[in-house]
Design a protein around this ligand. Structure first.
Ligand SMILES: [Zn+2]
Length: 232
């Protein structure tokens, strides 16, 4: 049997234990947000099947833990050295170069929670194109003359084309039967198949539903690089 002071000290011990438990829980709780709520992963476009993120991590920036659910293609506009750390896992370092393409599903199964840090000297800048559902639509997504278009990556749900044009050079005339995204890798000027020209900048992106025949002509003075992310 415990006497009164002993009971009281046991109670105090229990209460302080409870507070210690609650405090430790707050301190070590592994908080995370959906990727599009991470402050440097800006959601710049969204519809029923797709979203586009403009991701820019300045040197020394460490992101919040964030969750990836959809498969994202990362188009690297500005490369540097970064690390990625899965929740509860080991940090891994990688050097990423301008023009590098990779799907999040190449690095890890989805969904996946991690955080990333920029340990390089320059900003890490990528345009992320996400497919919300991996259901393929079938059919021939792209038809016509795809000359000048290199198939850079292929997945069940997406084909990625890299188009590099010297000044004055033209791509083949082709059509898109399914939606696709276009990401510009460089500043310059393009002319379409009708001769209409537009000024473009690196990291510009466009989401296009079906499109009839189109081609690109480099109307600028330096090499032009365009990535097309074609859903299938
Ligand atoms: Zn095209």
């Amino acid at each position: 049997m415990l006497n009164q002071p002993q009971k009281l000290s046991l109670l105090k011990f229990k209460i302080s234990g409870l507070f210690l438990f609650l405090w430790a829980n707050t301190l070590f709780a592994e908080e995370w947000v959906p990727v599009y709520e991470e402050p440097r992963h800006r959601l710049v476009f969204e519809n029923d099947e797709t979203y586009i993120l403009n991701v820019k991590l300045e040197p020394d920036y460490v992101s919040l833990y964030h969750q990836h659910k959809a498969d994202i293609l990362y188009v690297t506009i500005g490369g540097t050295t970064v690390w990625a750390e899965p929740l509860g896992g080991k940090r891994r370092q990688a050097t990423v170069d301008k023009g590098d393409l990779r799907f999040s599903s190449d690095n890890h199964p989805l969904p996946h929670i991690h955080r990333v840090g920029n340990i390089g000297q320059t900003p890490f800048h990528v345009i992320g194109v996400a497919r919300k559902s991996a259901v393929t639509k079938g059919g021939t997504p792209i038809e016509g003359d795809t000359s000048g278009m290199e198939m850079a990556m292929e997945k069940d749900h997406a084909s990625v084309y890299r188009i590099k044009l010297a000044p004055g050079e033209k791509s083949g005339l082709h059509s898109h039967n399914l939606p696709y995204a276009r990401v510009f890798m460089s500043d310059g000027e393009i002319k379409d198949q009708k001769g209409k020209s537009s000024v473009v900048s690196a990291a510009d992106y466009l989401w296009l539903e079906k499109e009839g025949m189109h081609s690109y002509e480099n109307a600028g003075e330096s090499e032009l690089e365009i990535i097309e992310v074609q859903w299938r």
